[in-house]
Design a protein around this ligand. Structure first.
Ligand code: ZN
Length: 162
């Protein structure tokens, strides 16, 4: 069976930036299970997996526009320290902020005497990502999985939030 919309696929993957630095890998832990077509994966990877089957292996470079997007420098902003009140702030911290585009995850990248510099870009934006993928399993999704938009492990739906 081939990976296509409304199939559940299990893959191992390793992702590196274009300079070869490993960003993430499933190979030291559990493989990743996802519903194809649900946009759980970045677009470039979902596109490449379409039609693949068990045992297929591939390596692909995915440009930012099909991964986590281009960087937008206007999303880097200085926020007065006073807005953080008594919060301890340090570079690397992330938090949710309400912006013109709705709720967004932002990261503190610098702290000066008066300001906190925050970055609303995805940490992987602007990067071409190299994926090394192996397809381990493909099966049809159940009606419930399609309705929920995600795979269920053995024993059914283990979550309670929908
Ligand atoms: Zn569910």
């Amino acid at each position: 069976m081939n990976i296509t919309n409304n199939t559940i696929a299990t893959i191992h993957f390793t992702v590196c930036s274009s300079d070869g630095t490993q960003i993430d890998s499933s190979r030291n832990s559990e493989p990743m299970v996802f519903l194809q077509g649900s946009h759980f994966l970045i677009q470039g990877l979902e596109d490449e997996l379409e039609g693949k089957t068990v045992g297929d292996k591939f390596v692909i470079d995915i440009a930012p526009n099909l991964a986590y997007g281009e960087r937008h420098e206007e999303l880097v902003q200085a926020v007065p320290k006073s807005m953080f009140e008594d919060m301890e702030v340090e570079p690397g911290m992330t938090f949710r902020a309400t912006t013109d585009d709705g709720e967004q995850s932002v990261m503190i990248i610098d702290v000066t005497d008066d300001d906190v510099i925050v970055d609303g870009n995805h940490p992987l934006s602007g990067l071409t990502l190299n994926f090394d993928v192996e397809v381990l399993e493909v099966r049809e999704a159940t009606e419930e999985e399609i309705a929920h938009g995600h795979p269920h492990t053995e024993g059914g739906c283990e979550h309670t939030t929908h």
